[in-house]
Design a protein around this ligand. Structure first.
Ligand SMILES: [Zn+2]
Length: 146
């Protein structure tokens, strides 16, 4: 009896793990392909221009104050500075128009603020992976707002 339960539990864990891995790989794959096909950004000035241009599409009323920096660190991230301002930090490897769209979507759809409302780390990670991230990937690769 116990052995049977253990067997089913192991199978359930394995299926969850495999499905989860495929999902994450798929998400990352779409994001990576979109980045590869997208025009590169090579300078701080160009980054600011792309942010300005792309921000108009997502934030036509200009409600968000967003700065961007081309970073020497290996990073592609958007964050709330928690003073009404937001920041995108991105390094040269990740700096494409597609990735800028992705990070802008996180900010303007409120993901960077929402995340502070969720107390548990597991809850934050799950919401990020299954709610925020797919939306940002859909926007960066199709231009559609989910
Ligand atoms: Zn993201």
């Amino acid at each position: 009896m116990n052995k049977k339960i253990t067997k089913y539990t192991s199978a359930a864990i394995l299926i969850t793990f495999v499905t989860g891995s495929l999902y994450v790989a798929g998400l990352m794959g779409v994001s990576t392909i979109s980045n590869k096909l997208s025009p590169k950004i090579n300078s701080q000035t160009q980054l600011e221009e792309v942010v300005e241009r792309e921000k108009k599409k997502l934030d036509p009323l200009n409600k968000f104050n967003i700065s961007a920096k081309l970073s020497p660190r290996k990073v592609a991230v958007s964050r709330s500075l928690r003073n009404g301002k937001y920041e995108i930090e991105i390094d040269e490897n990740y700096a494409t128009e597609s990735r800028v769209k992705h990070e802008l979507y996180h900010i303007i759809d409120g993901h960077c603020d929402d995340v502070y409302m969720i107390k548990s780390k597991l809850g934050r990670n799950l919401k990020y992976l299954f709610w925020y991230e797919p939306q940002a990937v859909i926007y960066q690769s199709t231009g559609l707002k989910p």
